[in-house]
Write a protein that binds this ligand. Structure first.
Ligand code: NAP
Length: 336
């Protein structure tokens, strides 16, 4: 199959194009959907960098893929997305060391866990699921822009895929993203509220931040897609017990299981979004997907440009407060 052409809706493992010569990053690629995404991209001959916290899980993921395909080019890089200084360091090192970056998949997330703060003093859901990826993409911009200028292998603009969840619809109605206090103090929302709010931020960042403000405004040939992967049987379902207690959590997990896909099935919409030519051809940058090839409508809050602007300003303020004025690269930074 040629690079990127896909049969909508019935995207299978066999539809994954040959990715020889391309480089991908998958955050949270050590288990669940992320691991299967790494595996699919690596078996299609991409070089894949996995970013996650646990070195033990990272080494295990690399070893398993190499056992299946000894020539697979998979590398683990330890990175806690909840630690802004570490994210900056890792992003800058990748920019220096790698020759190109064709695919960036923001997959890592904290699921339905209770409220907690990162070492930077930020709500851990917001910090890991949104802010760490916001900063990482910023630091990787020179490499993404450099790749967009390359003509070999045959042209395909770099692609960013961010994993949200349809539960972004359950974000607290009071969400405004208008002050740091909103994401640095416990607002008493419960695990679902924090998770949903962070996933709302993921949709807003893709649509109003990256697609419009950054790539759209600067005419970059880089597209971004945000998607809900469906219900997938991963460790995230076990987090229901942390959120709701053993009894209710186990019950909720058992009720959810019959509808859950395996991680190997659950990664396919992500792989489609990362490799399909449909995204560029149809001008789908910034769009939200719940299934392959079908644009979906996100929540009302996710379509509020003012909320998008607030999130943008808040993210910038938080990163600069923690890392100083050089924490962020100018969003129009060039690849030279
Ligand atoms: N499973 C579902 O039904 C479902 C439904 C809707 C949306 N999603 C979304 O799909 C994505 C993948 O979910 P999943 O179910 O596959 O999750 P998972 O099995 O829990 O895996 C999460 C991954 O993220 C990494 N991670 C967690 N915290 C991190 C941090 N601070 N820094 C760096 N990496 C971190 C984990 O590795 P370490 O712990 O070693 O860091 C792990 O590799 C997430 O964005 C999730 O919200 C999943």
């Amino acid at each position: 199959m040629k690079w990127g052409s896909s049969d909508k809706k019935r995207f299978t493992r066999g539809d994954i194009p040959d990715l020889s010569g391309r480089t991908a990053i998958v955050t949270g690629g050590t288990k669940g959907i992320g691991y299967q995404t790494v595996r699919a991209l690596a078996l299609a001959h991409a070089r894949v960098l996995i970013l996650a916290r646990s070195t033990e899980l990272g080494n295990k993921a690399v070893a398993e893929i190499k056992r299946e395909a000894p020539t697979a080019d998979v590398v683990f890089i330890q990175c806690d997305l909840g630690d802004l200084a570490a994210v900056k360091q890792v992003g800058d090192k990748i920019c220096k060391d790698e020759a190109r970056l064709d695919i960036f998949i923001a997959n890592a997330a904290i699921g339905l866990l209770p409220f907690g703060l990162t070492k930077d003093g930020i709500d851990r859901h917001f910090a890991v699921n949104h802010l760490g990826h916001y900063l990482l993409i910023n630091r990787l911009l020179p490499l993404l822009r450099h790749t967009a200028q390359l003509s070999s292998p045959p042209a395909a603009g770099p692609r960013i895929v961010t994993l949200t969840s349809d539960v972004h619809r359950s974000a607290p109605a009071s969400t405004t993203f208008s002050s740091p206090a909103e994401v640095t103090t416990n607002g008493g929302y419960g695990a679902m509220g924090y998770y949903a709010r962070s996933k709302l931020a993921v949709v807003l960042f893709a649509k109003y931040g990256l697609a419009k403000r950054v790539f759209g405004a600067h005419g970059d040939r880089i597209s971004v897609v945000t998607l809900h992967p469906g219900i997938v049987h991963t460790d995230q379902l076990d987090q229901l017990k942390d959120a709701y207690g053993w009894l209710l959590g186990t019950l909720l997990k058992l009720l959810t299981l019959p509808f859950a896909q395996s991680p190997a099935q659950g990664c396919l919409s992500t792989v489609w979004a990362a490799t399909s030519a449909d995204v560029e051809q149809n001008g789908w940058s910034g769009k939200y997907f719940m299934s392959v090839g079908e644009v979906a409508e996100p929540s009302k809050l996710a379509q509020d440009p003012k909320l998008g602007d607030n999130l943008w300003e808040l993210s910038e303020q938080l990163v600069k407060e923690k890392l100083g004025p050089d924490g962020l690269l100018p969003w129009d930074v060039s690849s030279d």
